[in-house]
Design a protein around this ligand. Structure first.
Ligand SMILES: [Zn+2]
Length: 334
């Protein structure tokens, strides 16, 4: 199993945050531990101080076979980031998974050769499901997660690690991690106080991530409308999320580049039940009337006559959903 150098670990953290769609400004020097950075997205900004080590096997016959750990070296006491987030992370390179420990349990000066443990099953669970909270013997909540969860982890840091105080809340959070679509919104109302927002947010995040992964893979990261890749492709819902008939099935999704996703939701284009791509004459006429039709010819030329279809039949848009999608967006005359 590879052990990464500090700079490689820092690059992993920053790369993961950027892949979640956040901008990052690094504040610490290249080889300086802890890593400090600011991350931004829309109106949100977070200041982060990250301690990080490789996760390795507990070592020695005296340790349980399923025990993994980070061995704390080079730090005698964790320092808190004032007005920011302080995180203690491990990286398990074998599966590409992070583990986050609760800084609030580790404020005091560290003893000789300290290490924080994590069981292998939780790391594997996170590798498969994306996210796995678990309760350690000392009542600390640790969280194992894949890199695509890192921004959500940092945003919800204190709340996620605070789930140790209420075992019912923890159970609901753990079941969301297990299968987010199996936990009803009604069940989430049983979670106490501000932790309810965290559970809802994690549920939405995991559902979105699963949906996006499935749809983008089904379309090989290609826009269904124009064929563009370049990692500019998003997962669009055919029947919008808030609609009662919406679902997260792959057949209620289409991969679209950012422009065509917007054009689809604005009903400038549609896909009918025979997979034909249509452009709205009425909408185009209106845009011409108000003088907003710049780039129109180019736009129309870029539309394929028929959408790109996923190779597997079960992944293709459900024609019934496409019909409802058109009705909802005001195409009932077609
Ligand atoms: Zn496109």
């Amino acid at each position: 199993m590879a052990k990464l150098g500090k700079e490689e670990l820092f690059d992993l953290v920053i790369g993961a945050v950027r892949n979640c769609g956040w901008q990052v400004v690094r504040l610490s020097a290249l080889n300086q531990h802890p890593l400090r950075f600011k991350m931004f997205k829309d109106e949100e900004g977070l200041l982060v101080r990250a301690y990080i080590w490789n996760i390795s096997h507990g070592g020695g016959a005296a340790r349980p076979a399923d025990e993994y750990r980070i061995q704390i070296t080079g730090v005698d006491q964790f320092r808190e980031e004032p007005d920011g987030k302080t995180v203690i992370l491990g990286w398990w390179d074998e599966a590409g998974v992070f583990a986050g420990f609760d800084f609030r349990f580790h404020r005091r000066p560290l003893g000789f050769s300290p290490s924080f443990q994590i069981k292998e099953e939780y790391l594997r669970e996170a590798y498969q499901k994306g996210f796995c909270p678990y309760q350690k013997d000392n009542r600390e909540i640790a969280v194992a997660f894949r890199p695509d969860f890192i921004a959500e982890y940092l945003r919800q840091l204190e709340s996620l690690h605070g789930f140790g105080r209420q075992s019912r809340d923890f159970k609901i959070l753990a079941s969301v991690a297990e299968d987010p679509s199996a936990v009803s919104d009604e069940k989430i109302t049983k979670v106490s106080g501000p932790r309810r927002i965290t559970v809802s947010s994690v549920k939405r995040f995991l559902r979105d991530t699963y949906f996006k992964d499935r749809v983008l893979n089904a379309y090989r990261h290609q826009c269904a409308i124009c064929g563009l890749q370049l990692d500019l492709v998003e997962a669009a819902h055919i029947i919008p999320v808030a609609h009662e008939q919406s679902s997260d099935e792959t057949s209620n999704g289409m991969a679209m580049c950012a422009i065509h996703h917007k054009a689809y939701d604005k009903a400038l284009i549609a896909v009918d039940a025979k997979y034909r791509i249509l452009a709205s004459d009425a909408r185009m006429r209106f845009l011409t009337e108000i003088g907003h039709d710049g780039g129109r010819e180019n736009f129309l030329r870029n539309l394929r006559p028929l959408m790109v279809l996923p190779p597997a039949e079960r992944d293709r848009p459900n024609p019934g959903y496409l019909k409802i999608g058109m009705e909802i967006r005001g195409w009932e005359n077609w």
